[in-house]
Design a protein around this ligand. Structure first.
Ligand code: CP
Ligand code: NVA
Length: 292
């Protein structure tokens, strides 16, 4: 049974198939998901993931069904495991956003049909796949693309690292605080990553894309990283060290004034709106791949 809890659930061919399906289904509707009921279970806030899946499912002829634990018997007597076992009587797939990746793993064991990780504390595979799609669309191909990531070592970066490792031709430079690196280096032990604890204009001038994300993620328990990461804010000074073709990307939502300035995110190098739109195209690719 196919599922998408992490990018590492995919082979390189799988990822390339998802990207091809996303390009193929770009502006079209189809009946790929006809008669399929797809659960949408979000335990945390979401704008893009919720709406891009909902609209992608509808465009492919499926039926998105909003689920809420607050309205279900899991709140009274039924266990988490039994709930997912029963959900598989009615649903053909589920998109699940949660605060604890272990819950996704347990859900996968009991649901027995495709589960899509709509973000966990650990990873955000749909975001990484969509961002790879956006880079491929923008630069025409992914040959020797160099991304410079600024800030936290978080779920979005983890999935991006997995995707870069799988594809093999993406160079990833990570500008972060040394203490955060020491704390997370076992998780971020991928090949071909370059870590920097100071700004490096030579690297910036060779970057095709500068990317960042919030310093405090929705599942973070404290906000102590805000101070540590201040010097990695993506501002005009950083962007002035890039080349004329470098783009700026952010998965959104952004904490404007913290990890990125308004000038940069609203500036002419920023493609964040396109990036958000492309979530819907990438979800189409993911849904089609899961259903074949
Ligand atoms: N980028 C992203 O996943 O956005 P949402 O939290 O709004 O879904
Ligand atoms: N790292 C962020 C991503 C939001 C889409 C978070 O987990 O809150």
């Amino acid at each position: 049974m196919k599922s998408l809890l992490n990018v590492s659930d995919l082979s390189k061919d799988d990822l390339n198939s998802i990207l091809s399906f996303a390009f193929e289904l770009k502006e079209t509707s189809s009946n790929t998901l006809q008669n399929l009921n797809i659960g949408m279970l979000f335990e945390k806030y979401s704008t893009r993931t919720r709406l891009s899946f909902h609209t992608a499912i509808c465009a492919l002829g499926g039926e998105p069904i909003k689920l809420d634990f607050e309205e279900m018997n899991i709140k009274r007597v039924e266990s988490f495991e039994d709930t997912f076992e029963i959900l598989s009587c009615y649903l053909d797939m589920i998109v699940y956003r949660t605060d604890d990746h272990k819950k996704l793993e347990i859900a996968k064991k009991y649901f027995k049909k495709p589960i899509i990780n709509g973000l966990s504390d650990y990873s955000h595979p749909c975001q990484a796949i969509s961002d790879i799609f956006t880079l491929k669309e923008y630069f025409d191909n992914l040959d020797e693309i160099t991304i410079s990531w600024f800030g936290d070592l978080n779920n979005v970066l983890f999935s991006l690292c997995e995707a870069a490792q799988l594809l093999g031709n993406i160079n990833l430079n990570i500008f972060t605080d040394e203490n955060i690196y020491k704390e997370k280096r076992d998780i971020f032990s991928f090949k071909n990553l370059n870590f920097y604890f100071d700004i490096n204009s030579d690297i910036l001038s060779k970057s095709n894309c500068v990317m960042t994300d919030v310093y405090t993620s929705m599942n973070d328990k404290d906000e102590s990283k805000e101070n540590l990461l201040k010097k990695f804010q993506v501002n005009s000074k950083i962007m002035s060290q890039t080349n004329e073709k470098t783009i700026f990307m952010h998965c959104l939502p952004a904490n404007i004034g913290s990890e990125v300035t308004k000038e940069v995110i609203k500036g002419n190098k920023s493609i964040v709106k396109k990036q958000a739109y492309n979530r819907m195209l990438a979800q189409k690719g993911i849904l089609k791949w899961l259903n074949i």
